[in-house]
Ligand binder design. Structure first.
Ligand SMILES: [Zn+2]
Ligand SMILES: [Zn+2]
Length: 449
């Protein structure tokens, strides 16, 4: 389906800045970019006078609005787009969920040496592609995922796209995509907290759907991880017992994944009351408060498993089949109920303790203090058959999984709307970061257009 010759012509035309010899397809692309450009197209601009070999000049020098962290500040800025690279894609952003792990940058709580748009992915429409891009075309709707999938690196070839090695490796991951008025370069590949997103094609997943941008944005990063935690490497067996520690957007996606897969019992553990209540609406059969359970949490969950008839008949395995840890360390004190361990280490320990000797543990938390340690009984570590699926994106293969996860929304099986509890226009992006940091929203979504 790809047309290499026209792409190479597009490349040479773009690099020289000349319209002579540009293929019909390239012309169509450029026209589509203007017709379909929406807010970006209205921004105007002139072609760049100098650019990298193979770079695309179509939309370069356009101005656009983005939320930028720099030094110890973060604010809305008007930026000028730099030419995109040959394997990069320019997307007009429709929605982007704030990832909790970016909140320190987003609220100016850490010193950011290089200006950056702090965000992980989003959803939008492609308005320009680099000369070597094959995966997507101008006019297509794409989810820009939080994790790359190249399909050809060492890890992708071994079925571990969740640890894809390529990602931004086609260029400098800290390379600039735009500049401020004073010439300061701004990084931010795949950052959707902006009217325009620049992403390597390895992050882009085309989708054809009428599902709303806000719902799709929930899937781009943490929703994908939560579903993957129960549906990919560690797959919930129908009729099994599942525990989900932590009911943020990731944990609540895991709760739904467990329900979709047919878990008989889903035990949600979460200190924040409104999140426990939402967990019960989304499929949890029990929701426990770790502050109430205290040191009895593991025993309480064992008891919930022990009471099941099949467990008794089966010979006494009273531990869950799958435990998903979705807590992590506190980057900010929550403005909701505070959990028992702000470091996030305790839930990691409990996940191991809780898991059946032949069960699976999925860990996804981030933000633990440097040097934090988890320990295991040596005999268990040596001889039990607990399977650990460590996080990053919990086994997700974005190109394989995001389209089917979109279908789960279409089929009414995955409720993304229930997770997107707060939306903000781009100009109020700071409030979105604050809501995520405070945990007053489940998923805080920025809607640039
Ligand atoms: Zn993220
Ligand atoms: Zn790869």
């Amino acid at each position: 389906m790809t047309d290499r010759s026209s792409r190479s012509q597009s490349s040479s035309g773009g690099a020289s800045g000349s319209s002579g010899g540009v293929s019909r397809r390239a012309m169509v692309r450029r026209t589509a970019a203007v017709v379909g450009g929406g807010a970006a197209a209205m921004l105007g601009g002139t072609a760049a006078s100098a650019q990298a070999p193979g770079a695309s000049s179509g939309q370069a020098r356009r101005t656009f609005r983005a939320y930028v962290a720099f030094g110890r500040e973060a604010s809305m800025q008007t930026l000028t787009l730099l030419p995109i690279g040959p394997r990069q894609v320019l997307v007009r952003t429709e929605a982007a969920q704030i990832c909790y792990s970016t909140t320190r940058q987003g609220l100016g709580a850490v010193n950011v040496a290089q200006a950056v748009i702090p965000c992980h992915g989003g959803v939008g429409t492609v308005i320009e592609v680099g000369a070597s891009v094959e995966r997507v075309e101008v006019g297509q709707r794409v989810i820009v995922a939080g994790q790359a999938q190249c399909g050809t690196c060492y890890n992708c070839l071994r079925g571990r796209a969740d640890h894809c090695l390529r990602g931004n490796a086609d260029g400098n991951p800290n390379g600039a995509i735009a500049e401020m008025r004073d010439g300061t370069k701004v990084a931010g590949f795949r950052a959707g907290c902006s009217e325009l997103m620049v992403a390597f094609e390895t992050y882009c997943v085309p989708v054809v759907t009428s599902v709303s941008p806000v719902e799709l944005s929930v899937l781009a990063d943490v929703g994908m991880v939560g579903l993957a935690a129960t549906m990919t490497k560690a797959r919930v067996e129908a009729g099994s017992d599942v525990v989900v520690l932590g009911c943020g957007p990731l944990g609540l996606s895991a709760v739904q994944g467990a329900r979709i897969q047919g878990a008989a019992q889903i035990i949600a553990v979460e200190p924040i009351r409104y999140r426990r209540e939402l967990a019960l609406k989304l499929g949890a059969t029990v929701a426990l408060d770790p502050n109430v359970e205290g040191n009895n949490l593991v025993a309480s969950i064992q008891q919930l498993c022990r009471s099941k008839t099949s467990r008794v008949a089966g010979g006494g395995n009273t531990l869950p089949d799958l435990v998903v840890e979705a807590v992590g360390g506190d980057l900010f004190p929550p403005k909701a109920e505070v959990g028992p361990d702000p470091t996030g280490v305790l839930p990691l320990q409990q996940a191991w303790q809780l898991c059946s000797p032949v069960g699976q543990v999925v860990t996804t938390g981030v933000g633990h203090p440097p040097g934090a340690m988890v320990s295991f009984p040596a005999g268990q570590w040596s001889n039990s058959s607990k399977t650990h699926q460590p996080g990053n994106v919990a086994g997700a293969n974005s190109l394989r999984d995001l389209p089917r996860f979109v279908r789960l929304i279409e089929a009414g099986l995955f409720d993304a709307k229930a997770l997107a509890t707060a939306t903000f226009p781009l100009e109020r992006a700071r409030e979105a970061f604050q809501a995520a940091a405070d945990r007053t929203a489940v998923a805080a979504v920025v809607v640039p257009s």
